[in-house]
Design a binder for this molecule. Structure first.
Ligand code: NCD
Ligand code: ZN
Length: 349
């Protein structure tokens, strides 16, 4: 049962384990939203060009820290973008850097800025070996990319073709199956070893694929992996509220300028960073599971990554607030999830 209006909860400050911060003026606009919500975030490396070396990650990290408004404490946890040319030496350097916390695998062509991604997974086995050795987690965008595969089946097929062989071959490699969207992926993670975890977005907990076509085509509900059927959404909610530490928060907040989504060939990505904690709270409250929110947002991620829990607290209240139609992002606007609508929860302290 959802809680009564006016309900307040206090939880440990959380982290976002999958975030797109972009760069330059766009980053300057969106970074404060995340820094107000979370203490840390795993920052995706799919810039143009992608962040493929420790040197590039260091420079990107510096740009993030200098864009941070005074008075906001926030730690960007950097990642490297795996390419066909990534070397075992780069992995070792990444581990030794102390600020690179994971390596991201995008199958080539799977999503926004993934042209430089990996084409044949088995060619990278020496790199996975090095990651296993260094104990550096592999973050996986788990979708096959061949155009012949139905877009709604891409995650399931990736599991069969790539994920199963990968975790069998590297049993000690820490793997995060990112932004899972299907019952099949949730089952897979649940049944895998404790080295395998998954992030779940707020939008995949709140929306099913009908949201793409509610009253007309809705480009601001388009993301990758694409929203799935209601039965899959329900399985994701069950995983998120289960208290199983393999499932934790990763918003995949992926801002794109309004005109690039409201377009003949619109970009994939949903912007939730402005209210990520509130949206997760709503999803957990709808399921009558507010008591499980803290583990999911603030405990299981750090435990998996071997990082300390945050010291601070946040307080949330169940009180409605209006969502702006858009926010400024650099020279453009970004349209948030719930644009012009309402949030059910608010951070009050
Ligand atoms: C992401 C982006 O825009 O960078 N888009 C998305 O729909 N999630 C890329 C990604 O994580 O797939
Ligand atoms: Zn992403």
């Amino acid at each position: 049962m959802p809680s009564d209006p006016g309900t307040e909860i206090e939880i440990r400050r959380g982290d976002d384990w999958h975030l797109h911060l972009r760069d330059g003026a766009d980053m300057q606009s969106v970074l404060p939203f995340t820094a107000r919500q979370f203490a840390r975030a795993i920052v995706m490396p799919n810039l143009k060009p992608p962040v493929t070396t420790v040197g590039e990650a260091a420079a990107y990290r510096d740009r993030i820290l200098s864009a941070l408004p005074a008075g906001l404490a926030f730690e960007p946890l950097m990642t490297l973008y795996l390419t066909n040319d990534t070397s075992a030496a780069e992995i070792k350097a990444a581990k030794e850097s102390g600020f690179v916390h994971a390596v991201k695998l995008y199958p080539a062509g799977a999503t926004t800025n993934s042209e430089a991604g990996v084409s044949v997974l088995t060619n990278l086995y020496p790199v996975f070996e090095a990651m296993q050795e260094a104990d550096l987690p592999l973050l996986v965008h788990g979708e096959v990319t061949d155009a012949a595969t139905d877009v709604f089946d891409r995650e399931r097929l990736f599991m069969e073709r790539d994920m199963h062989p990968l975790v069998r071959r590297f049993p000690d490699l820490r793997v995060v199956f990112e932004h899972i969207t299907t019952r099949d992926a949730a089952d897979f993670v649940e049944n895998a070893t404790e080295r395998v975890a998954a992030t779940i977005t707020a939008h995949h907990l709140l929306l099913n694929r009908n949201a793409l076509f509610a009253g007309g085509i809705r480009p601001h509900h388009y993301c990758l992996p694409v929203l799935k059927r209601e039965e899959h959404r329900q399985r994701l909610v069950a995983a998120a509220i289960s208290g199983n530490p393999k499932f934790f928060a990763g918003t995949d907040s992926a801002p794109h300028a309004k005109h690039t989504k409201e377009n003949d060939c619109g970009c994939a990505g949903i912007f939730t960073a402005y209210a990520a904690v509130e949206l997760y709270a709503e999803a957990f409250d709808n399921a009558g599971a507010l008591d499980r929110l803290e583990g999911f947002l603030s405990e299981f991620g750090p435990r998996f990554y071997g990082l300390p829990l945050n010291a601070g607290k946040i307080k949330l209240k169940k009180v409605k607030s209006a969502v702006p139609k858009s926010f400024v992002m650099g020279a453009n606007e970004v349209v948030p999830l719930r644009s012009g609508g309402e949030l059910e929860w608010q951070i009050v302290a």
